[in-house]
Design a binder for this molecule. Structure first.
Ligand code: 5GP
Ligand code: MN
Length: 352
């Protein structure tokens, strides 16, 4: 799905050749999801087999339903005060830095500057739109459903398919499964199914992975979901829009952990007639926003124009420095004002 010049590929192959062991850092976006962490740990497993000294540095913590992945225990969390110094040194001294599942260095948040300043040979593997041109080697395509899909294709292109073991295959499978919404979104292409089939052949236990990621809620998380569905959901039928607004206090009440709001926004989109869904979560550094839309509506430009964000056509996000209430009011106003653009020629729901 991503075409590159043979020359470029040869250069990259040379860079990762097992002939000389390199100090390599792999990183991904802040608050990694399954595609971000899965691709990072899969790549780490692969590059270790090629005799490199590899460390995965995450800009933050990530949900516990990803902790089962092979290599999780060695991940360095940049936001852990006891690890920050070590992480900075590792990044500054690295010979290669891989940036996975993001292509704007701003998504590293506190880690942005140290990665920007690093002298290492930089590689970007990603499937987001409008990449920033910071890497020495890029393997990026917005047509890919997941970074894990791209990484699989890259490893095969390099000629190393046989280095993909069960652990690596399971990390890759996870990212493809979640970024396609469990093989439901329009990005679930023929190539997705072909790659997935290969990963199962290479040992990925697909049913186990689905259970570990989707069916391992804490009691608090499930109760929080019930609370959000009954008390925090607003439906605007005339705008084909539904959203959740979750405050810091709500999160505290349900002892919310990283990852507990994951997937919540999809419940708003599951309503018949709803084309735009949003989740507003009050965090310490502002209101984090998740947008989702049905196939005929694009939310990425909306997120980029008004909420300092971006992402994919039907799944994007952003941030607001206003209060939760002000953010939501602004959102409603903007959807109203831009509905002709957002919905194109969409028929609005008849309220009757
Ligand atoms: P989520 O709602 O799951 O946090 O994010 C969905 C998608 O939106 C992500 O895969 C990412 O592409 C994009 N996204 C989320 N937050 C941001 C953001 O702050 N900036 C940009 N550029 N993209 C974001
Ligand atoms: Mn992804």
């Amino acid at each position: 799905i991503q075409s590159i010049l043979m020359q470029e590929l040869d250069l990259f192959k040379e860079q990762i050749s097992s002939a000389s062991s390199k100090k390599i850092i792999i990183t991904t976006h802040h608050k990694p999801d399954a595609d971000a962490l899965g691709s990072s740990l899969a790549l780490a497993g692969y590059l270790k087999k090629k005799n490199h000294q590899v460390t995965v540095v995450s800009p933050s913590d990530y949900p516990s339903f990803l902790h089962w992945m092979e290599g999780n225990d060695e991940v360095v969390n940049f936001e852990d005060p006891e690890k920050e110094k070590e992480a900075r040194n590792l990044i500054a001294q690295a010979e290669m830095i891989f940036c996975l599942d993001f292509s704007n260095l701003g998504r590293l948040q506190g880690m942005e500057q140290v990665v920007r300043d690093a002298k290492a040979y930089k590689v970007n593997i990603d499937h987001h739109q409008d990449p920033e041109d910071f890497a020495d080697f890029s393997f990026c395509s917005p047509k890919a459903a997941a970074t894990c899909e791209l990484l699989y294709d890259l490893i095969v292109k390099v000629g190393d398919r046989e280095l993909i073991d069960k652990d690596i295959a399971e990390c890759l499978y996870s990212g493809i499964m979640t970024d396609t919404g469990g093989f439901r979104h329009p990005n679930t292409t023929k190539n997705v199914h072909l790659v997935t089939a290969e990963l199962i052949e290479l040992g990925a236990d697909n049913s186990k992975i689905a259970r570990l990621i989707y069916d391992t809620y804490s009691v608090n998380r499930l109760k929080f979901l019930g609370f959000a569905l009954t008390r925090r959901l607003t439906i605007l039928p005339e705008l084909n829009t539904a959203y959740f607004g979750v405050s810091k206090k709500d999160l505290r009440k349900y002892q919310s952990q990283t990852g507990d709001t994951e997937g919540l926004v999809n419940y708003a989109l599951s309503l018949d007639g709803i084309k735009i869904a949003a989740l507003f979560t009050e965090r310490k550094d502002g209101v984090k926003i998740s947008f989702r839309s049905s196939e005929d509506v694009a939310v990425n430009k909306f997120a980029a124009t008004f909420f300092n964000g971006g992402g994919h056509k039907n799944a994007s996000g952003g941030i607001s420095k206003l209060s939760l209430e002000e953010t939501i009011n602004r959102f409603e106003k903007l959807v109203k004002e831009n509905k002709h653009i957002l919905f194109n020629q969409l028929e609005l729901i008849d309220e009757k």
